[in-house]
Design a protein around this ligand. Structure first.
Ligand SMILES: Cc1cc2nc3c(=O)[nH]c(=O)nc-3n(C[C@H](O)[C@H](O)[C@H](O)COP(=O)(O)OP(=O)(O)OC[C@H]3O[C@@H](n4cnc5c(N)ncnc54)[C@H](O)[C@@H]3O)c2cc1C
Length: 340
């Protein structure tokens, strides 16, 4: 059984991106289950400190390609270094973030190596697979789970014959957790100059304009989320007032975003962000499976809905049956009263 490799992305500050730390946390679990080493590939410029920061996440070896040609990210140099590394190491599993970088690099690598790739996985496990048609059993393979058919089913996808088994995962779907703060791994330098060809440097970046993200609800501890049941953009303002009062962030469903009640960055769910707050207050949200995919790991859920049979109520810890425009002001008044 060969190792697990996580391709690590870098943030604008040259630290390891959250998505990659989340993948290392998952990668550690998979590697432990398989009894193999967890390895990471860090490609960039002046990234030794970033590489070392991976050890507490349980990374055993970091392949470090440190060269100015690798920063900022460009497809060809990263593809050349990473594909060569994968060919040399022959890992069993390679994981990428489902970010713009991961979505650019992973399919190119999969096509080059002629192996499978499952995009946007929501869960990764090690397990067995029985190929009934060919009467073959496969043990210890990567089970790659993701919503399919518009999110109405969760499909388990396997690549039993080809290696490596590759998957991308969206940010926030997996948890980022320190494995052992004093965990020690090894840095393995990767030669860059002799691998990267002139053609790989054909694209040069003249200037980069990066718009700062203004709305970021990923790490919020309390979220007040509104759905189509809020009725209008004006009514949605009540959620902002409520959130401001209790120190929460405002989230939304896709229906609310599509109706223009809220900005796209606030969308929670399968095609939005995944959140895990301590408290999630769902206001006028039916609880479609695509929405639940992004919030059902919240510690406590309160639902406010006129429909007692709304699916969100089935996963809510507390359900308030009523009109949002009546219940939320009552909530706010009670909260203010408690502060006195
Ligand atoms: C491929 C795909 C991806 C998707 N991705 C996402 C995603 O990432 N995120 C997402 O959210 N959705 C996503 N969707 C859409 C999803 O299927 C639902 O359509 C959407 O979540 C419904 O949003 P909603 O609950 O706001 O609206 P509705 O389903 O219309 O529900 C409105 C709710 O408000 C209640 N209500 C109405 N009036 C009031 C009132 N005055 N007071 C209290 N309650 C009231 C109603 O009883 C109802 O339960 C996706 C769909 C597809 C096919």
């Amino acid at each position: 059984m060969n190792n697990v490799i996580v391709y690590c992305e870098l943030s604008e500050k040259n630290s390891i991106a959250d998505i990659s730390l989340e993948l290392c946390t998952k990668g550690r679990q998979l590697a432990t289950r398989l009894g193999v080493r967890l390895q990471a590939a860090v490609l960039g410029s002046n990234v030794e400190e970033a590489a070392k920061s991976l050890f507490p996440f349980g990374v055993d070896d970091v392949f470090l390609a440190d060269n100015p040609v690798l920063a900022p990210y460009r497809t060809l140099p990263h593809f050349t270094i990473l594909s060569k590394l994968i060919q040399q190491q022959n890992p069993d599993i390679v994981l990428f973030g489902a970010s713009s970088v991961g979505r650019d690099l992973a399919p190119r690598i999969a096509s080059f190596l002629r192996c499978g790739l499952t995009a946007d996985c929501t869960s990764l496990e090690i397990g067995s697979h029985e190929d009934v048609k060919n009467q073959k059993n496969y043990d210890n393979i990567l089970l790659q789970m993701r919503p399919a058919f518009g999110g109405n089913i969760i499909a388990t996808i396997v690549c039993p014959e080809t290696r490596p088994q590759m998957a991308t995962v969206r940010e926030g779907v997996m948890k980022k957790e320190i494995f052992d703060a004093s965990y020690k791994g090894t840095i393995i330098p990767v030669a860059v100059d002799e691998s990267v060809m002139a053609a790989d440097k054909a694209v040069s970046i003249i200037s980069r304009e990066i718009e700062e993200q203004k709305i970021d609800i990923k790490g919020a501890q309390v979220i007040v989320a509104g759905g189509y049941g809020m009725g209008s953009k004006e009514n949605f303002q009540l959620l902002h007032q409520f959130a401001h009062l209790i120190g929460a962030s405002v989230g939304a469903t896709r229906a609310a975003v599509d109706a223009g009640f809220a900005e796209g960055e606030r969308q929670i769910g399968q095609t939005g962000v995944t959140v895990r707050p301590k408290l999630y207050i769902a206001c006028g949200i039916s609880g479609a499976v695509q929405h639940r995919a992004g919030m059902e790991q919240s510690s406590k859920i309160i639902s406010i809905n006129t429909d007692p049979d709304a699916p969100i109520n089935a996963i809510a810890d507390y359900t308030i049956i009523g009109d949002v425009m009546t219940v939320i002001p009552q909530f706010m008044a009670a909260y203010k009263n408690n502060l006195k």
